[in-house]
Design a protein. Structure first.
Length: 172
C-alpha cells in the first residue's frame, strides 16, 4: 500500500497542463483588466474632448458678444431699455433680490436673454452691464463714464455644457 501511495505522489503526468491552465488564467485576468482600463481611459479622453470643444465655443461666443459691444454706438449703449440688443442687459431683476444677475444660472439662458453665436448654433452669448466702474468718476478729464460689463458665453453639445464669464470695461 505504501508503494502505491508513493507512485501516486511522485507521478508528474499532467502537471504541465495544470501549469499551462494557471498561466492562461492569470493572462486572461490581466487581459480583462487591461481592456477595462483602456475603456475607462477612452471615456476620459472623450469627456475631455467634449469639455475642450464646449469651452472654446463658449469663449468664442463671449468674444463675439464683446466684439458687438465694442462696435455698438454710444446711443445704443446709453439706451437703458436695452431694446437694440437682446443680448445686452442691465442686471436682470429676480423676484427675491432686484440686484441678482440671473444669467449666472445656466438654466436661464434662452433666446429672450441671450443671442445665438454665428460660430455655432450650440453656443450663445449675453452681456450684462453692471454699473459705472468704481473710482472712474475720479477722472475729471473724461468726457464719458466708464462702465463695467460681464460677458458670458455658453456652449452645450454632446452631453457637455460650459459657461464662462469675462470682465470688460467700456467708456460711453
Amino acid at each position: 500500500m505504501n508503494t502505491q501511495w508513493n507512485n501516486v505522489v511522485n507521478n508528474q503526468n499532467g502537471s504541465a497542463i495544470v501549469m499551462a491552465m494557471l498561466i492562461l488564467a492569470v493572462l486572461t485576468i490581466l487581459g480583462i483588466s487591461s481592456t477595462n482600463t483602456s475603456t475607462i481611459e477612452l471615456q476620459i479622453v472623450r469627456n475631455e474632448r467634449i469639455y475642450q470643444e464646449n469651452f472654446y465655443m463658449a469663449e468664442s461666443a463671449a468674444l463675439e458678444g464683446l466684439e458687438l459691444l465694442e462696435s455698438a454706438t454710444e446711443s445704443q449703449l446709453d439706451d437703458k431699455t436695452y431694446a437694440s440688443f437682446v443680448w445686452l442687459k442691465k442686471i436682470i431683476p429676480d423676484t427675491v433680490d432686484p440686484d441678482v444677475d440671473i444669467m449666472r444660472d445656466i438654466n436661464n439662458w434662452n433666446t429672450t436673454n441671450a443671442a445665438v453665436s454665428a460660430v455655432s448654433p450650440d453656443a450663445q452669448y449675453a452681456i450684462v452691464e453692471e454699473n459705472v466702474a468704481l473710482k472712474s468718476s475720479l477722472d475729471m478729464t473724461a468726457t464719458s463714464q466708464l462702465y463695467d460689463y460681464i460677458a458670458r458665453g455658453q456652449s452645450a453639445s454632446d452631453n457637455g455644457r460650459v459657461l464662462i464669464e469675462m470682465g470688460y470695461r467700456k467708456r460711453h
